[in-house]
Design a protein around this ligand. Structure first.
Ligand code: TNX
Length: 537
């Protein structure tokens, strides 16, 4: 703790100096363009926030931040167009020829103007908040500058697996807060898996009564071949539909869309434990998985299964208003389908030659249903095997190959390859001081230097790269403090990968000049982040 404290004190002291010498004023993600000028704007007790509309979400966010977090007693007023000094003007005016979600932030000694529409205005506000010094004094001095900024990618995502271990609504909100502060806009919520079903579905109470609970959890790392030990402690949890609605609203207030994931046909052991009739052999018993890995029991492509999944997705689409529904599609071994008479007959009927084609039929049938409700599917890159659904977006996780292939077929792609440092369940240094993890090696520098547009693609094909995402799988993350440790500071690196122009990226400037002040803010915000240089790596 002492070492940590020293580092933090050093980090805080570094902010002041860093901001003076820092060409982009410490902002993460680095903005498209920034011109510093002399002087400061001082937010004090008489500062006015002048807005086009008083019930705009971004306007309310800034007002709440200044009044309740920074403890500055600013007043919010309607903008009547008069030039008023000592004001922060939030306006849609002056946004001409800005790319979507962009903003212009102008700071002079008299006034701050943030020009932006919708999410753009919100992002301008996040930048302004980053420019405020951390000390909670009665006034806050902001350096004068002119910033123009907009995102490189439309989809900037973080995934959280709440199945292997469950995370509270409070934690999920904290995660969303961080995403918003760093201009990320899609929270991928991995809600169902072999080890637990975490979303209440009214029509199928067994999913919460049975599928959300497991008898015990394996301890240790399943990659080391030692005998597995169990903790003998029942484990479970799920979100009620009211809680889901609360989180959806919380995210929307911060311009974050939630992509819910309902896994199929694999990673479905928990659902089969509650509803064995969805398997190819209902005479067997299934239990919610207590170990990690890939499981052979998967949904049978039967009418019962399709009816079940359509019912589930109907409730899911009622809860989540976003365009995208993630249907999983990864790691579905086909041995049970190979052995099943029903599956073999079905394949003959449909004229399908391989089980991969049967999975493709499965996903396409679900896609048709999702499309009929005006939504689109996202799937892990296995959905390419056996033929891609016509309107599907592909998440490329087993390297970039799947993403490259999908972009060449003119499908939208989200890059999230483990090989690119985007699997933040992997460890951040090679030193054995690191806590138990799934293994691998994903240092900060690796995620920072990832570029989501592979050279193999032509400029036209690169347009199908909709964005990039980091994934937090939680087999080895049973506690929130450990999740903090794995997420931070790698989330900051992701934000720059997803937002900043390639030409503005510079790891040395990011890690050594800008990062310290952000770590100091995390400390104040009670995040248990990893200190990048303290433990090596
Ligand atoms: C692979 S990534 C999985 C997950 C595991 C993860 C561990 C993906 C689509 N499937 O089920 O949790 O590896 O890193």
């Amino acid at each position: 703790t002492f070492l940590l404290l020293c580092l933090i004190t050093a980090a805080s002291a570094a902010i002041v100096n860093a901001q003076d010498s820092n060409p982009n004023l410490g902002i993460i993600p680095s903005p498209v363009s920034l011109k510093k000028s002399s002087g400061t704007f001082e937010i004090n007790q008489r500062t006015l926030i002048l807005a086009d509309s008083l019930d705009n979400k971004a306007v309310l966010f800034l007002t709440d931040y200044l009044q309740n977090k920074a403890m500055l007693h600013v007043q919010l007023k309607h903008n009547n167009g008069a030039a008023t000094s000592n004001s922060i003007v939030l306006t849609a005016a002056g946004t001409g020829n800005l790319p979507s979600d962009g903003y212009r932030l102008t700071i002079t000694p008299q006034q701050i103007i943030i020009a932006g529409k919708g999410a753009g205005l919100f992002y301008g506000i996040q930048t302004l908040i980053q420019l405020m010094p951390e000390d909670k004094a009665a006034t806050s001095k902001i350096p004068c500058a002119q910033i123009e900024d907009y995102p490189r990618f439309a989809y900037r995502g973080m995934m959280l697996d709440v199945c292997r271990h469950f995370f509270s609504v409070e934690f999920v909100k904290k995660y969303i807060d961080l995403m918003a502060a760093y201009k990320l806009n899609n929270f991928h919520w991995h809600l169902t898996d072999d080890q637990g079903w975490r979303i209440e579905i009214k029509k199928y109470p067994g999913l919460t009564q049975i599928a959300s609970q497991r008898a015990q959890t394996v301890i240790g790392n399943y990659h080391d071949r030692t005998p597995q030990q169990f903790d003998n402690t029942p484990y479970g949890g799920y979100y009620t539909q009211d809680q889901i609605r609360e989180v959806v609203k919380y995210a929307a207030d911060r311009y974050i869309n939630i992509v819910p994931e309902i896994e199929m046909p694999g990673h479905s052991e928990a659902a089969l434990a509650a509803y064995p009739e969805l398997s190819c052999d209902p005479s067997l018993t299934y239990k919610v998985a207590e170990t990690w890995g890939v499981f052979h029991d998967i949904y049978c492509p039967s009418d019962k299964t399709f009816n079940f999944l359509q019912d589930v997705l109907t409730e899911v689409m009622d809860l989540f208003p976003g365009k995208y529904i993630h249907i999983g599609g990864d790691e579905a071994p086909k041995d049970v389908w190979k052995k099943s008479e029903y599956c073999q007959k079905l394949m003959k009927q449909l004229g399908l030659k391989t089980e991969d084609e049967l999975q493709s039929y499965f996903i396409q049938r679900i896609e048709k249903f999702v499309n009929s409700k005006g939504r689109s599917i996202i799937g892990w890159d296995e959905i390419l095997e056996g033929g891609l659904s016509p309107n599907a977006t592909v998440m490329s996780w087993r390297g970039e190959e799947g993403g490259i292939k999908a972009a060449q077929q003119h499908h939208n792609v989200i890059m999230t390859p483990g090989s690119g440092g985007l699997y933040i369940d992997q460890q951040q240094s090679k030193q054995n001081l690191e806590p138990l993890s799934i293994g691998g090696y994903d240092p900060l520098s690796k995620i920072y230097s990832y570029n989501p547009t592979p050279n193999e693609l032509t400029a036209d094909q690169q347009k199908f790269i909709m964005g990039v995402q980091a994934n937090l799988w939680t087999e080895y993350i049973p506690y929130e403090i450990k999740a903090d440790y794995m997420i931070l500071p790698r989330l900051f690196a992701l934000s720059e990968v997803a937002w900043s122009p390639l030409a503005n990226k510079n790891f040395n400037d990011f890690a050594n000049t800008r990062l310290p002040s952000h770590l100091a803010k995390l400390e104040a915000g009670k995040f248990d982040y990893r200190v990048p240089t303290a433990i090596g790596g």
